[in-house]
Write a protein that binds this ligand. Sequence first.
Ligand code: SAH
Length: 313
Amino acid sequence: MGTVHLPVMPAEVVRFLGCRPGGVYVDCTLGGGGHALEMLKASSPDGRVIGLDVDEDALEEARRLLEPFGARVIILRENYRDVKAVLERLGVGEVDGMVLDVGVSSYQLERAERGFSFMHDSRLDMRMDRRIKTSAYDLVNGLPAEELERIFRTYGEERRARTIAKAIVRSREKVPVETTGQLARIVLMSLPPRYRHGKIHPATRVFQALRIAVNNELENLEAGLRQGVCCLRPGGRMVVISFHSLEDRIVKNTFREISSGCICPRDVPRCVCGRHPLVRILTKKVVVPGRDEVESNPRARSAKLRAVERVVH
Ligand code: SAH
């Protein structure tokens, strides 16, 4: 389709990971392989990258790009929320670094048949992993109005969630909502005319919410962060790039929690929780791309990077 997926903040990723020869790194969201390529270059001549993705199209793309690196790369169709088990199966002990560049890739958005976007009118789908059974079509046509409302409200932070959910139910009573275009129109027409011409299409939040629900994105993210840090050697690093406030909140809160030691109330004379910090936060302030990058890569627009380093205890 001619889409090039540019990796977001590639220089920052490599710098925060501290890529070096001989290192072993995990790219939990391989996508087109952009970050993995940078990590391989920065860890030449013998650093290794284990790349995971659930999307077979992405894996194929990455395999092509990374072929020249031969045995330095292992590519697996796995969900990063299982990263610990995956590394155990490979017989890989602790790793030197891990990157999570969450969300959807430009390839996924651009490929009409994947049904992620209302820029193309195609069958509603939105599954990153096509082995899972429930697609956006099933949610939109099968869930009760209250469930749809909850999804739009919690995952899309959509204020008109109830109105939109009701409009969908009314419409599907006549004919099923088959396509992304149909859904976008229903959302648009459910709103008073003055809301129909904003800067972003009114259906954007609804699409984001459905995508998150279909792919269990927030649960996977939290599980991946917690498991991932347990796979790092002391001094090993994790870099996470997120793309909207719900994701960033999870990253920020999880990092804060695992970087703080004792959580006993102040008035307890001696620690009884026995907790130690697992990591040290490297990004006191969230890192965002520079203006040049945002101009040349639309996907970078809302990107936020946070990084931690595993500590010994
Ligand atoms: N860093 C990549 C782009 C990543 S886009 C590059 O530079 O090319 C995000 C990718 O993460 C998508 O391909 C998506 O399929 C994948 N993904 C999302 N959730 C995942 C999960 N839970 N496990 C594994 N891969 C996931």
